[in-house]
Design a protein around this ligand. Structure first.
Ligand code: PNS
Length: 162
């Protein structure tokens, strides 16, 4: 059975993530969507909120598990007996960061393999940061995030006009 981890901050999940998750879930038997909870980082949504938003957005997929982790990704992988990590590449600009991340993880654990999927072009510019920024200025984000995420963002911002 092939199991893989799709890690990230998911602050919050977007259709770009979902595009990757949907496709990755077809090539592996079990996909673990792993949400990083870095206690030193200030997130827009709490860890519990990010888990709930992600779970609610992924209800339709049945071979996907949503969990949080803290500490090193390679330790989370080892603890769960998984040695495949999936990451997305939206554009060339992602490559340098992803190369650094992949090399760091492989340097920490040579059993880990990192596989990359190219985000479909219509989602290639979407990031959680852009979604939050546009929402803060009252822009339309409905084409970039699921309804539950859109509502949660505007609720947090204090603008319930969705
Ligand atoms: O969505 P992101 O923020 O680009 O995801 C980055 C993430 C969470 C995959 C990465 O920062 C991570 O796994 N951090 C955990 C700490 C770790 O393992 N660091 C060593 C590799 S850089």
């Amino acid at each position: 059975m092939l199991r893989a981890i799709y890690p990230g901050s998911f602050d919050p999940i977007t259709y770009g993530h979902i595009n990757l998750i949907q496709r990755a879930s077809k090539v592996v038997d079990e996909l673990y969507v792993a949400i990083l909870n870095n206690v030193n980082k200030k997130y827009f949504f709490s860890c519990e909120e990010r888990i709930k938003l992600t779970k609610d957005a992924l209800k339709i997929f049945d071979n996907i598990h949503v969990e949080s982790y803290s500490g090193l990704l390679v330790d989370y992988a080892k603890k769960n007996g998984i040695n495949v990590i999936i990451r997305g590449l939206r554009a060339v600009s992602d490559f340098e960061y992803e190369l650094q991340l992949a090399n760091a993880n492989r340097s920490l654990n040579k059993d880990i393999e990192i596989l990359f999927l190219m985000t479909d072009t219509e989602y290639s510019f979407i990031s959680s940061s852009i979604v939050k920024e546009v929402a803060k200025y009252g822009g339309n984000i409905s084409q970039w995030v699921p309804k539950n995420v859109e509502e949660a963002i505007f609720k947090k911002i204090g603008n319930n006009n969705v």
